[in-house]
Design a protein around this ligand. Sequence first.
Ligand SMILES: *Cc1c(COP(=O)(O)O)cnc(C)c1O
Length: 220
Amino acid sequence: MSFSENLAEIEARISKACQKAERETAPELVAVSKRQPDERIEAALAAGVRVFGENRVQEAQERWSERREQYPDLKLRLIGPLQSNKSEDAVALFDAIDVLDRPKLARTLADAIQKLGKSPDILVQVNTGEEPQKAGVLPADLEAFIAKTCPEFGITPKGLMCIPPADEPAGPHFALLAKLANRYDLKELSMGMSGDFETAILYGATHIRVGSALFGERDS
Ligand SMILES: *Cc1c(COP(=O)(O)O)cnc(C)c1O
């Protein structure tokens, strides 16, 4: 299938899920372009897609730095783990950073934001499955992170992001993320990928991150 056929199908599935959830506003579709060949990126741009997600700073710079000038309305989100020494590069390139999850990163992001005079949207990643290998603030630590760590560095997060464990139903994780966002009065929920975005829409996702269902399988 062509990119625009995939896009039409995903958009139809999004509207259907919104109807089922009795939602009036659809979530923003973030097209996850990591490790996709150039011709698919061009097809997405030609189809009018402007919001893209990337999980590595350097790869994103290579893919987007020049295209940014050509497409001033691009919105780029960083959705993969960020090393604190890449904070300045990340703030320079991205409009949103979904993966704040530790005090050191809050500090380096805050420094970069001040130095560059930019203000990307910041989301806090939550490790809802409490998986040791996975990034994200543990649910039990979230209150302190939101109420103390973020203000200490002058960061006002807009929302929360999660990646549920691969081997569990995603619904309970999305429900937990929505509950936490509500508790801390955060408006944005970045959740749901190719395999589970309809479930995420039911639980109130404001941003869904869809890669392979849109572009096809990635290079490994
Ligand atoms: C790769 C990735 C996605 C997209 O995954 P698909 O299953 O291809 O839709 C979404 N979110 C994050 C954090 C990712 O790393």
